[in-house]
Write a protein that binds this ligand. Sequence first.
Ligand code: FDA
Length: 407
Amino acid sequence: MKTDVLIVGAGAAGLMCAITAGQRGRRVLVVDHANKPGKKILMSGGGRCNFTNIGASPANYLSANPHFAKSALARYRPVDFIALVEKHRIAYHEKELGQLFCDDSSKQIVRMLLDECAAAGVRVETSCAVERVRRTGEGFTVLTARGEVHAESLVVASGGLSIPSMGASGFGYALARQFGHAVLPVRAALVPLTLSGKHQEHYAELAGVALPLAEARVGRHAFRAGLLFTHRGLSGPAILQVSSYWQPGDELRLDLAPDAGLGDWLPAQRAARPAAELKNVLADVLPRRLAQRLCELCFLAPQGSDHPWSLSASPSRPMRQYRDAELREIGRQLHDWPITASGTEGYRTAEVTLGGVDTDGLSSSTMQSKLVPGLYFIGEVVDVTGWLGGYNFQWAWASGHAAGEAV
Ligand code: FDA
């Protein structure tokens, strides 16, 4: 069969591109090897889809070329997607930090996109894998599970490698290489970090302990949000955010009680509550189990060991037995606690894939290949990765819209 535009991937970017191109009167076919469209949208935001972030700006994205996302993001903004959501009378709310979620269900976003596709005359075929792509004349001949398709424009919207059970594949990267595009190294991002050996033993019994607010830092990148100790290591939004900047060997540092000013607060507590034990005082600003464990670590750490606490304190010493200088040092360490992560949980649980199709080979205004006219790459397959909080969908909408206007 023949079509003007063939889009591989019925995810966020592919469906937005299809709607935009269909509304321009282009004949559009979307194929996806999964058994239903928008599977990641369905599972996103805990089932409520954090569909955008009202503060989204190029600064919220990682890419080898930080300028690449600017044009598309400026031409399709969060307010444009919000207008679509409101047109479909989908109720939503701002959770925090500009993150917009559906009140009810992510299913509403997929329904909205499919309704818009239908209205624009777009055909969406699921359970339809793409087997081979050839350049023929001015267009492309694509062998799918349902036969050959000839298309003038081919849009690759096949996403990254995260959550293979949801249909993720390396298809887009292989196709990019086939047509001479560079693919930058990929790795799991927005992903829990794992600990191993003695580092895991130190924190293992804290599995399930959550800090409502912590700051996780890698180099100059710092994120303040919740933090969770897990059986394997660390998770929670602060860790997911910083994971995009962490690489094996990098030092991770935690501020376990941001804004608490523990260096002054602890000596003041010594004056006010001299008989109280340190662990009980710390339990005023930290979860009790964490306060207890940190004191034990402090107690166990031999002088001069590589553990941050080298003070020889007992876990149950009353405050009066500490010197002010010791308490100031304990406070300083709790604001700058080093943790040695050994890895990440990988693509099995990662929200996104960092890296991908090198933006050097693409037009930032249309997403079209600079090497092969008519070939486009959009969404997560491209080397543009957003922070946690609706930024990745905003990139999918914006890049999909940019390509949809050009195909
Ligand atoms: P996406 O992965 O959505 O779609 C790609 C499509 O291509 C899939 O349908 C796949 O089946 C198909 N495909 C792959 N290979 C193919 C092949 N060979 N042939 C045919 N089809 C093929 N972001 C955000 O902003 N807010 C949020 O709340 C969340 N929440 C969230 C939760 C979880 C658990 C995950 C894993 C991810 C998120 N994200 C998120 C990230 C967000 O889901 C992601 O960035 C976008 O879905 C990317 O959109 P794409 O359309 O590029 O890829």
